[in-house]
Design a protein around this ligand. Structure first.
Ligand code: ADE
Ligand code: ZN
Length: 337
């Protein structure tokens, strides 16, 4: 779009990006070979990086994507793999003009393969430190729990010594909830969120992506979150729209993800104009860029611009709301504003 240079130069924060979603098909095949991981032989998508990328263009739903997402991450074994994954993301983020990134990771999906939490964390911490010194990108880590697994599994993970240490040291700033949304309502995970609140952790949850607006309400009422990831189905509940605006809840919207996972048929269908008119705060995000056509953050900004033709002032306001809704220090916010 004609605002491309303007959008690139805006100081952008990203709040909804799964580091495991930065695994490109070519890195996936390289790491599978290095780590001697057998990829599925009964799915022709795994013939080569290009056949896999082609399959990624044809996701039919969130669960269809998640099937490939969990196979993909099975190639991640040692700390250098996790570091390379996060570094790949940060190089794209830097090129796109990202100044601050709050990124998700899914420890249960690694613990279940006997990859320790400390291995995952060490790789991510190394990449974050390098991104800060080489690119000036600040970042925070958000530990996500998988809603397709029993809540007891999530709570046991939350209570692991290594997990607790990452919270109390500030290496991990908060928690999230992701994976298959329906039929796993937020209230199932109340115990984890109560424990997180008691520990002073920030809290967010995926809600209203494929699931109903009632899941957004449930995340606010039962999990006491200060952000909602996706939240696009908020539009179905006008009273809830008012509440989200009043409580200054930030929605982390992922436009290209929503189209490719068939939550909406086009970016123009997203309630962006309604959010702006009703004072609902939101940021724009890439979700799982390596699975969604290598569309990193700037491509998502441009897709929104192409669909809605926002003014420069509206874009500056969106980025300002993103800075204010970030979970970094007040000092870092001042630097970015
Ligand atoms: N895990 C990675 N990306 C996700 C998404 N968009 N929704 C739910 N879980 C996810
Ligand atoms: Zn997500």
């Amino acid at each position: 779009s004609d605002l491309h240079a303007f959008l690139q130069a805006l100081p952008k924060c990203e709040h909804h990006m799964h580091l495991e979603g930065a695994l490109t098909p070519s890195v996936l095949f390289q790491l599978a070979a290095k780590n001697k991981i057998q990829l599925p032989s009964d799915d022709p998508a795994f013939t080569s990086p290009s056949t896999l990328a082609e399959r990624y263009n044809q996701f039919t739903s969130l669960d269809d994507f998640l099937h490939y997402y969990y196979i993909g991450m099975s190639v991640l074994m040692d700390a250098s793999d996790f570091e390379a994954l996060a570094w790949d993301y940060f190089t794209h983020a830097s090129a796109d003009g990202v100044v601050h990134a709050e990124v998700f990771f899914d420890p249960q999906a690694h613990l279940s393969r006997d990859v320790s939490y400390d291995v995952v964390l060490a790789g991510f911490m190394a990449a974050r430190s390098r991104a800060n010194s080489e690119f000036g990108i600040s970042s925070e880590l958000i530990c996500c729990f998988l809603r397709h697994l029993p809540a007891a599994d999530g709570l046991a993970t939350f209570k692991l010594d290594a997990v607790h240490a990452s919270f109390s040291s500030g290496q991990v700033v908060g928690i999230g909830l992701d994976s298959s949304e329906s039929p796993f309502p937020p209230e199932l995970f109340k115990d984890i969120y109560d424990a997180a609140k008691a520990s002073g952790l920030k809290r967010t949850a995926h809600a209203g992506e494929e699931g109903p607006a009632a899941y957004i309400k449930g995340a606010l009422d039962d999990l006491d979150v200060s952000r909602i990831d996706h939240g696009i189905r908020l539009a179905e509940d006008p009273a809830l729209v008012k509440r989200v605006a009043e409580q200054q809840i930030l929605l982390s919207v992922c436009p290209i993800s929503n189209v490719l996972l068939r939550c909406v048929s086009s970016v123009a269908e997203l309630p962006i104009r309604m959010f702006l008119d009703q004072g609902v705060r939101f940021s724009i995000n890439s979700d799982d860029p390596a699975y969604f056509g290598n569309n990193y953050l700037l491509a998502n900004y441009c897709a929104v611009q192409d669909a809605f033709g926002l003014s420069k002032d509206e874009w500056s306001g969106i980025c300002e709301a993103g800075i204010n809704g970030s979970w970094c220090s007040e000092q870092r916010k001042e630097e970015m504003l």
